[in-house]
Design a protein around this ligand. Sequence first.
Ligand SMILES: [Zn+2]
Length: 134
Amino acid sequence: MSNKVIKCAKCGIKSTEDPSLTFHRFPRPTTLGNLKLKVWAKYVFPNEDWTSEKKLKRLYTRHIMICGKHFEDSSFTFNKKLKLHKFSYPKGGQNIYDELRHNIRNIEKVQDVPEQKSSVYIACCLNRSVECVW
Ligand SMILES: [Zn+2]
């Protein structure tokens, strides 16, 4: 960890204010519709338009971070709050996800979106009784 001060893009808390707090970078852009990235983007900046792929990618390349307070404990792997599951959404992100996926299905008809798979992964990540495949 560098000693650079990190600021949460959602609530504004700084890493210096609570040293025990974890900070998490926006998801890496993918070729599969950037669904996860969009959920994070809409969660943190709900009033912005996230249809631009370029703009979405900037969230990642500019190292925008949000703090661990926006995630359920079950979103983390290993000990307490070390690392997020690969498919973790911030609290309340499931609604955004559902909405986005609905839109994708109706408007873009994106091929290769692993719909079936995604819901399995989410279920496993949210439900600790199922072993997470990520
Ligand atoms: Zn925060």
